[in-house]
Design a protein around this ligand. Structure first.
Ligand code: FE
Length: 231
């Protein structure tokens, strides 16, 4: 099973819930070897049965997995952000009318019909959550991470956003305003992170490589690599 396939199934695991945001982030970050969870086993059994009975073409399943591996994912969002950083006119269009500016790159459609782009500044930090379920800008970021779908993140992001951010390793100064955006099926959000100091000479492609999924959700900042690090 390749990584993407495993990640695809990992999404199903979130339905089983978890005890803490940190545990989920930890579980996602490591390739734990163990007995698959009940939900994963059920998903695999269902898939086997559907294929066996001829109700689903394995090639169709592979096409879905391939789409999320190669066509949909955080690299799309990173491409948008990097372009906004180097092209002020595009940035203005992106903030003023997200769907139109995203459509310039061919992004939109399912789970991304309407997207509001919110800009981080030295005084404002934006954080995205879906308190109801797991609404997320799929065309720009791919499938949501497990922790994003977890009950602890969904509830605590609105109750104690600074505490949640600290657990992600992001300590904000008291004078930075935190804005929490609650996604819905109709409107999703993408954070436009601050361009890191020291990145002035980087190409658009090199900038895009710095931009992480977490920074576009708002649980991290974009960091400029230390001297000597490979870009
Ligand atoms: Fe949702």
């Amino acid at each position: 099973m390749n990584t993407t396939r495993r990640d695809f199934l990992t999404v199903a695991v979130s339905a089983a819930g978890a005890t803490a945001t940190h545990d989920l982030a930890h579980a996602e970050a490591h390739d734990h070897q163990g007995v698959p969870s009940d939900v994963v086993l059920r998903v695999k059994s269902l898939e086997s049965l559907l294929v066996e009975k001829g109700l689903v073409d394995p090639a169709a399943l592979d096409a879905v997995v391939d789409a999320y591996e190669h066509k949909v994912g955080p690299r799309n969002g990173a491409r948008i952000i990097a372009h906004a950083w180097i092209d002020p006119a595009y940035k203005q269009r992106l903030l003023a009318n997200g769907p139109a500016a995203l459509a310039e790159f061919g992004y939109g459609g399912t789970h991304g019909e309407d997207t509001l782009v919110v800009e981080n500044t030295p005084r404002v930090h934006n954080l995205v959550v879906c308190t109801l379920c797991s609404c997320y800008p799929w065309p720009l970021l791919g499938l949501p991470p497990v922790w994003y779908k977890s009950a602890p993140y969904r509830s605590r992001a609105v109750i104690d956003p600074r505490g949640v951010l600290r657990e992600f390793g992001l300590a904000l100064a008291d004078d930075v305003e935190v804005r929490v955006w609650d996604s819905t099926a109709e409107l999703r959000y993408l954070v436009l992170p601050e361009r890191p100091a020291g990145s002035e000479q980087l190409s658009e492609e090199a900038l895009a490589a710095l931009i992480t999924r977490d920074a576009m959700i708002g649980v991290a900042k974009v960091a400029f690599p230390q001297k000597g690090a490979r870009l």
